[in-house]
Design a protein around this ligand. Structure first.
Ligand code: HEM
Length: 485
């Protein structure tokens, strides 16, 4: 059955999902209105019980799955952490949206707003971002959002001519490092070299700043960003350390900024000193103050870009490494036979399988698994089989890991199918790939909240794979590399 038929009447194969489009005459009957199932429970007890389920007894995926089964609905009320005891100003009540159709309402900015909801009702202290609300926390109705978004897209556009050469040379350095540690030891972790690579490559492309000009930053810049990131998001993520230690020490209170203030100051100095040109452009061309430019640049570099790739690239390596169906051989063949002799953005566009593996990894392991938005007004929200009344101010919460396994959209949704996004049918599925806070067929603009680097991310990841399978060295033997690191 085609996706068109399955998603009818609200989605078409040519346009991104539009949850509120009117049914055509041939559409199935209008969906029944249903009252929202689920409850927030008793004050304090409901949130704490849901928090313990979410982090400890069930884990996020089972937490949402069990409630879908219980309420026989992919849309329901529940609580999500953080909550009690030291998050008294955080309201954990959300409406979960867990199928492709209901999730797509998160992109409709006539219906929802995205002010301060990056990680839900909880917002890390603005001290982490220079006492400013940086771009990701701004709704497009706030004039400052357009300035920051246009600035971020301009940075990407201007760096496009150095993006691939920087990527390739930094990747060569990374694999050489891993290779030499392998020659002196039978195993090596690739995570530190990978993070150093991501940091150096992004600093050069986004800031025009070379970390090697500042020895402290070259050595520990990536670790400074890790610490700064971790302190902001710890109350909202599952680390997997022994319980109840994780609940007591990581999920019960927000960590204060002063623990990383030295690191952050050092990173600001690095941007100020080494990123002069981009800093000036933020002020002269986009009307940002010097402080707004510095802190937005650091957020884009550290949180969006470094944080995103640090989660995504290991998932990609794992996805390829754990395949037992001969995928590595197929990728090697495609990477070597297609795309010309020098890698470029254009060359990976010829590598259908490489790109599909990247998309499939983003589907099953979306690096930013939770997305939130607040109802701007009362409206009707549709799932595949019901319509629900949403009240102004309610917080919608989508857990992408389940949304991207919507059986009404993806055949055999739990399986990693490397070629899922190939051929015409696969390309049509890109309308429902939502990792970037919008469909893969959509475009980031100053009026929406889609990731500014939507295409850069998928092309960079494809280049990462192509480069790996082209390397004429010990590491090109991927069974060796994937079996070892
Ligand atoms: C694997 C890497 C990346 C992932 C997974 C990722 C993911 C995302 C997601 C999910 C959002 C939406 C957050 C929300 O509002 O709910 C977002 C926003 C954003 N991303 Fe990315 N991103 C990545 C890399 C990058 C890079 C390299 C840049 C560099 C420019 C970037 C710039 C931005 C910006 C500026 C926004 C805010 C958009 C807005 O406020 O309208 N991202 N990203």
């Amino acid at each position: 059955m085609s996706i068109m038929m399955r998603m009818s009447p609200v989605m078409s194969s040519t346009s991104p999902p539009s949850p509120l489009a009117s049914p055509s005459p041939s559409s199935p009957p209008v969906l029944p209105v249903r009252s929202l199932p689920g409850s927030y429970g008793w004050p304090l007890l409901g949130p704490i019980s849901d928090r313990l389920d979410y982090f400890w007894f069930q884990g996020p995926e089972t937490f949402f799955r069990k409630r879908i089964d219980k309420y026989k609905s992919t849309v329901f009320r529940t609580n999500v952490p953080p909550s009690f005891p030291f998050f008294l100003n955080v309201n954990p009540n959300v409406v979960a949206v867990l199928d492709c159709k209901s999730f797509a309402h998160l992109f409709d900015l006539d219906l929802v707003e995205k002010k301060n909801v990056l990680v839900g009702d909880f917002m890390p202290s603005v001290k982490f971002t220079g006492d400013l609300r940086v771009g990701v926390y701004l709704d497009p109705s706030e004039p400052q959002h357009a300035k920051v978004k246009k600035f971020s897209m301009d940075i990407l556009k201007r760096s496009s001519n150095i993006w691939v050469p920087e990527l390739v040379s930094n990747l060569d350095t990374m694999w050489d490092t891993i290779e030499s540690s392998l020659s002196s030891s039978s195993s090596a972790s690739y995570i530190v070299p990978l993070q150093k690579f991501i940091f150096a490559f992004l600093s050069k492309c986004l800031l025009g700043a070379d970390p090697s000009r500042d020895p402290k930053i070259a050595k520990s810049g990536y670790a400074m960003l890790d610490r700064w990131l971790a302190l902001q998001i710890l109350p909202t993520v599952n680390i997997g350390i022994l319980q109840p230690l994780e609940e007591i020490f990581l999920h019960s209170f927000a960590y204060p900024f002063f623990l990383v203030s030295g690191d952050y100051k050092r990173l600001c100095q690095f941007v100020e000193k080494e990123g002069k040109e981009v800093l000036k452009r933020g002020q002269t061309e986009f009307g940002l103050s010097q402080q707004e430019t510095i802190h937005n640049l650091l957020f884009i570099l550290g949180f969006n870009a470094f944080g995103g790739f640090s989660v995504f690239l290991p998932s990609l390596v794992n996805a390829i490494a754990s395949d037992k169906t001969g995928l590595q051989e197929k990728l090697r063949k495609e990477a070597r036979e297609k795309g010309g002799s020098t890698l470029s953005f254009g060359s990976v566009k010829e590598m259908e399988l490489v790109q599909s593996v990247v998309y499939e990894t983003l589907r099953l392991e979306p690096p930013v698994p939770l997305q939130y938005a607040r109802a701007r007004k009362d409206f009707k929200l549709s799932s595949h089989n019901s319509v629900f009344d949403i009240k102004k101010g309610e917080l919608l919460c989508g857990y992408q890991k389940l949304v991207m396994r919507d059986p009404k959209v993806f055949d055999d949704p739990e399986s990693f199918k490397p070629d899922r996004f190939t051929k015409e049918k696969g390309v049509e599925l890109l309308n429902y790939l939502y990792w970037s806070n919008g469909p893969q067929t959509g475009s980031p603009t100053e009026s929406n909240k889609q990731c500014a680097a939507k295409d850069y991310v998928t092309l960079t990841a494809s280049l990462f794979v192509a480069h790996l399978f082209r390397r004429e060295c010990r590491l090109a033997n991927t069974s060796y590399i994937f079996g070892t690191i």
